[in-house]
Ligand binder design. Structure first.
Ligand code: IMP
Length: 448
């Protein structure tokens, strides 16, 4: 049995969706264990681009996939995606199962997120209600997917939670923040009823799969630096994108995980506010604009411009340490194709000393990035399918990342679609043979 965890190694938007879709064809089951519809990924299925937030990236080709225990489920988003797949010719009704423990994100959570973001304590969230829904879960007043089996009970609980919401929000923000509980009940109940056949005791399903020696791909959302505990707190999401956090939403012990694959870009981006190092500002604003254009670095969810940073190997070392990373997938190499020089932040200067490891967050404000500059390759790479054919300067960048992190790069992506992918010998860490993946497999067929 193989369990592969695919996660984000930086600040999110590294391209986990492409990797999960690409590798998903080798795994029987896919699990999205955490996060809400604040996440967003686009995959190409039968030549059609499909943008998803809740569903597993390889939902169409997996035997089945699971929305896991720590997911914050927005019912409207979920059914939009199910309907989008149906329109594209994939009926997922018997192939997607939702954990009874997942949390419902309701309209008042979304309203509360927007209200919070309009105040002086804004974190630059996606306003999808994730923080307020998680706060309800921790306060033990959340509504769970299992509540959808009892529609009258669900309606009563919504009314109860919204009475409190309205009291607090109208007292602080005035009458305009009032939401009609009945309108919310009328909106949610038909969706809750529609959800019933999707709800399963996913813990048992997953353990059965483990017993049967099936292969499982755990698809993370967001990334290490957005983790509630290990990220750049408080500018983080409310769930746990690191490997241990992801496994918390799967419900199997860590001893079953074979490989942790951290997806990274040769630069970094972040949506929203918060401290970052190596940001391209001032003189480097032009480079940032270029990367934003060529790399499409705008939020899938919010349409916001992403902040652009040079690659920071302090972040990578930290993220690999916490995640127990075995291998990297390096995405979007082609975005740097025409750069004359490429900078890599390999350490921070703190009190006159160069440090290589992530300091405490309180020390970050006193740190300055220390860069290593490499010549760019200034030639297209998107047509390349073998590591040997990459320009020497690109190989030098890859070698530098590997030396700095002591983690091999197994997969290199040079374009958005599946075929724009280079596999290296390190894919053996995932039980694959180099070159076995895209070229030699009929990707349309699920494994029996
Ligand atoms: P929230 O998850 O909507 O509460 O937002 C908290 C922080 O996480 C904000 O900085 C968001 O921009 C960021 N964030 C949440 N989801 C994603 C994602 O999928 N990619 C990148 N950033 C994200």
């Amino acid at each position: 049995m193989t369990v592969l965890v695919v996660l984000g190694g930086q600040y999110g938007d590294e391209g986990k969706g492409k990797i999960a879709d690409y590798l998903g064809h080798f795994y029987d089951i896919g699990i999205r264990p955490t996060a809400g519809d604040n996440a967003g990924h686009t995959v190409v299925v039968d030549g059609k681009k499909l943008s998803m937030r809740h569903l597993y990236s390889a939902a169409a080709s997996a035997n089945f996939s699971i929305i896991g225990d720590d997911v914050l489920l927005n019912l409207e988003t979920f059914f939009k995606e199910i309907d989008m797949f149906a329109k594209a010719g994939h009926d997922l009704s018997n192939k997607v199962f939702v954990s009874q423990r997942a949390e419902l994100v309701l309209p008042y959570h979304i309203a509360a997120d927007s209200i919070n973001e309009s105040g002086k304590r804004a974190f630059g969230t996606t306003k999808r209600g994730v923080g307020p829904a998680m706060a309800d879960r921790v306060s033990r007043i959340g509504l769970r997917v299992e509540d959808c089996f009892d529609l009258d009970g669900l309606a009563a609980k919504i009314k109860d939670r919204m009475d409190t919401f309205n009291k607090v929000s109208t007292a602080i923000h005035g009458e305009t923040s009032f939401m009609d509980p009945q309108a919310v009940i009328d909106q949610i109940l038909p969706l809750a009823k529609r959800l019933q056949p999707f709800i399963k005791n996913t813990t048992l399903l997953i353990h059965q799969a483990v017993k049967e020696n099936r292969s499982i791909l755990v698809e993370g959302a967001q990334a290490a630096m957005l983790d509630l505990t290990y990220g750049a707190y408080p500018y983080v999401t409310s769930s746990r994108p690191v490997s241990s956090g992801l496994m918390g939403g799967v419900g199997i012990g860590p001893r079953y995980v074979n490989t942790v694959l951290s997806v990274i870009k040769p630069y970094q981006t972040r949506v929203g506010i918060g401290p970052v190092m190596a940001e391209m500002v001032g003189d480097e604003d032009e480079t940032a604009k270029h990367i934003r254009e060529v790399g499409g670095e705008r939020g899938v969810n919010t349409g916001r411009d992403r902040r652009i940073m040079w690659l920071d190997t302090v972040v990578l070392r930290y993220s690999n340490m916490i995640n127990g990373t075995n291998v990297h997938a390096l995405m979007k190499l082609d975005v740097l194709d025409d750069r004359e020089t490429i900078k890599v932040c390999t350490g921070y200067r703190l009190n006159g000393q160069v440090i290589k490891d992530m300091p405490m967050l309180s020390e970050l404000a006193n740190c300055e990035p220390v860069y290593q500059e490499l010549p760019g390759w200034q030639t297209p790479t998107s047509h390349i399918r073998s590591y040997a054919d990459l320009p020497q300067q690109a190989k030098d960048l890859i070698t530098l990342i590997e030396q700095e992190t002591e983690v091999p790069i197994a997969i290199i992506s040079v374009g958005p679609d599946r075929e724009y992918t280079i596999e290296r010998e390190h894919v053996a860490e995932m039980g694959l043979k180099p070159g076995q993946s895209y070229q030699n497999k009929n990707l349309g067929e699920p494994t029996p």
